[in-house]
Design a protein around this ligand. Structure first.
Ligand SMILES: Cc1cc2nc3c(=O)[nH]c(=O)nc-3n(C[C@H](O)[C@H](O)[C@H](O)COP(=O)(O)O)c2cc1C
Length: 171
């Protein structure tokens, strides 16, 4: 398999998954910032990984624009978020991001990342203040969601990459 992973990550969780996957597949993981240095057409398996930001997958619009040139390739997307993997909202968010004929047949995977307030930019920190306020009002300060988003945490699980790596290896 001649594969490549392109990832977009702000606080490091998506990057870590991309690096684990690259190790597992024996291929390169390239930061989105260096995307223009990569000729995607030279690879037969192309995996894009981005993080969830207010329901959208960061960098996905760019990847979508590459799809017409990748028609005969094996393509997959993984998204990383703070939500638990069994949260029903995750499937909905994946479906909302990856809908339309261009995404038909493209496998999608969700991997739980975490929250890292220390590495977040100012705008994102502010957005999280608003999000916490909303959750507190809706579900209360004792709710699991509110407590979950009130501090940094690492919810990563390397084993959750297994379905994606099996797909990439065509197993
Ligand atoms: C402003 C903001 C919005 C977010 N929106 C979502 C979301 O809609 N769904 C979700 O599961 N996680 C959401 N997250 C959590 C991030 O997706 C999570 O922290 C992810 O692990 C970040 O990946 P990174 O470390 O690669 O940047 C949000 C985080 C921030 C800061």
């Amino acid at each position: 398999m001649k594969g490549i992973i392109i990832y977009r990550s702000e606080t490091g969780f998506t990057r870590q998954y991309a690096l684990w996957l690259a190790e597992e597949l024996g291929c390169r993981a390239v930061d989105w910032k260096d995307r223009k240095k990569v000729e995607l057409e030279r690879y037969d398996t192309i995996i894009y990984g981005g993080w969830f930001h207010a329901g959208g997958i960061r960098g996905l619009k760019w990847f979508q624009r590459q799809l017409p040139a990748l028609k005969d390739k094996r393509v997959a997307v993984f998204a990383v978020g703070a939500s638990p993997a069994d949260d029903p909202g995750v499937e909905e968010a994946l479906a909302a991001n990856l809908s339309g004929p261009q995404w038909e047949g493209v496998p999608r995977f969700y991997l739980r990342g975490g929250l890292c307030y220390e590495k977040m930019g100012l705008t994102d920190r502010f957005l999280m203040v608003l999000f916490r306020r909303m959750v507190k009002k809706k579900e209360g300060a004792d709710s699991e969601t509110y407590r979950g988003v009130s501090h940094s945490f690492n919810g990563m699980d390397r084993k959750s990459l297994l379905p994606l790596s099996a797909w990439a290896k065509n197993e």
